[in-house]
Unconditional design. Structure first.
Length: 399
């Protein structure tokens, strides 16, 4: 049975055009990328004209006592008591903004205690927004509550993170995602779910209604499955309706206050949405109900990734990938291609995989990019894909 399964997988992959060879497709750019910032990690970085900006969520550094100072010489012992306390360790997590150049030094420009964060960087790097969330993980839960209160903050920089302004924002209102059209216009999305909009660069925020079915009275921290802002300036919100066994996708064009259901996808969970200027919508979805809502015995069943299209009139299933190729993101390339970004889970360590289509999703060329990287991203404006492995930075072009 194992060999039959492997043969079936190979046939499926070959059918859409499999291209092996992870290392040969990459050009090495740097051998010591982000090496000086400890602990190790490149963060969610961006590169433009040789300059680097990165948003990095990081754990505190752990140090150990010299052998002669340990209570047991044969066991490693942290230097300070808090290093062994899970709650205190979490309290010392932080978010950093780092900046510099590929040819020179990359340094910390901002740091704030945080266990969660999101950011938005303008394409021309003129403006940067950052939101942080922090809760006291060492404190007892409040009576009758399942969660500790979280402190939320919102920051803005107009000089690539050198100086920061803390914007007015209620500390008890979570912000999970930032979605901006430009430096002045954008949305915040938080638990509930809730949506806020600004027209003036974050000076004022108006809360907008969300689809009633997206809320769960038993879970005040309910979130959308996916929130995406398309090239057509339409905010799309996806959530799974368990009663109907469908994902509902609502659309909110800029300037309107109330979203409308655009379409549904039966029996799939939305992973990503990409939309071009004309409003053609492409959806990456995973077959089945949300993973954690499934009974334990059903969680290991195959869950193929599927790409769909919506043209404001009808929904079309473009392609279903082998179950071993798990998709996480979907992009529109500068030459109007579709780029599927995922992982091949049939490999020992999980190789990174992309698939590209230049005929609207009819045929796909699958490429093995090598073992899973420690960081990277795809630049939809330039068609450059970046990858970090160890301290090495690589790039390739996917136009």
């Amino acid at each position: 049975m194992r060999w039959r399964w492997l043969a079936g997988l190979m046939v499926a992959i070959v059918a859409v055009g499999y291209v092996a060879g992870g290392s040969g497709m990459w050009d090495r750019v740097s051998n010591d990328f982000m090496k000086e910032d400890k602990p190790y990690g490149a963060g969610d970085f961006r590169i433009r004209d040789g300059q680097v900006l990165s948003m990095k969520l990081t754990n505190p550094e752990i140090t150990f006592k010299p052998r002669e100072e340990r209570s047991d010489p044969n066991r490693a012992e942290p230097s300070e008591p808090w290093m062994s306390n899970v709650g205190e360790f979490a309290n010392r997590r932080s978010v950093r903004i780092l900046g510099g150049s590929l040819e020179g030094e990359i340094t910390r420009r901002f740091e704030e205690p945080a266990q969660r964060a999101d950011w938005w960087l303008a394409p021309d790097w003129s403006t940067l927004y950052l939101t942080t969330g922090w809760s006291d993980r060492a404190a007892e839960l409040p009576p009758g509550k399942s969660y500790r209160p979280e402190l939320t903050q919102l920051f803005k920089s107009t000089d690539q993170g050198q100086e920061w302004e803390r914007l007015r924002w209620p500390e008890d209102q979570n912000i999970t995602f930032l979605r901006f059209i430009d430096a002045q216009r954008g949305y915040l999305i938080g638990w509930g779910p809730r949506v806020w909009r600004t027209r003036d660069g974050g000076e004022h925020w108006d809360e907008l209604p969300v689809p009633e079915d997206s809320r769960n009275p038993e879970n005040p921290r309910q979130q959308f499955d996916l929130v995406a802002l398309g090239q057509d300036n339409v905010l799309r919100m996806a959530f799974y309706d368990h009663a109907a066994d469908v994902s509902r996708i609502h659309a909110l064009p800029w300037g309107e206050d109330i979203s409308q259901q655009a379409f549904t996808i039966p029996g799939h969970v939305v992973m990503d949405i990409a939309a071009n200027i004309e409003g053609n919508v492409y959806v990456l979805a995973t077959q089945g109900a949300p993973y954690f809502s499934l009974p334990a015995e059903e969680r290991e069943a195959p869950r193929p990734s599927v790409v769909w299209s919506w043209n404001d009139d009808s929904l079309h299933k473009l392609h279903e990938f082998p179950p071993e190729l798990k998709g996480y993101a979907l992009y529109l390339t500068p030459s109007d291609g579709l780029l599927f970004d995922g992982v091949n889970e049939s490999t020992l360590l999980g190789n990174d995989v992309v698939a590209v289509s230049y005929d609207g999703g009819g045929s796909w060329k699958i490429q093995d990019e090598g073992r899973s990287a420690q960081g990277g991203y795809y630049d939809v404006h330039t068609g450059t894909r970046w990858r970090v492995e160890g301290y090495s930075l690589y790039q390739r072009e996917i136009p």
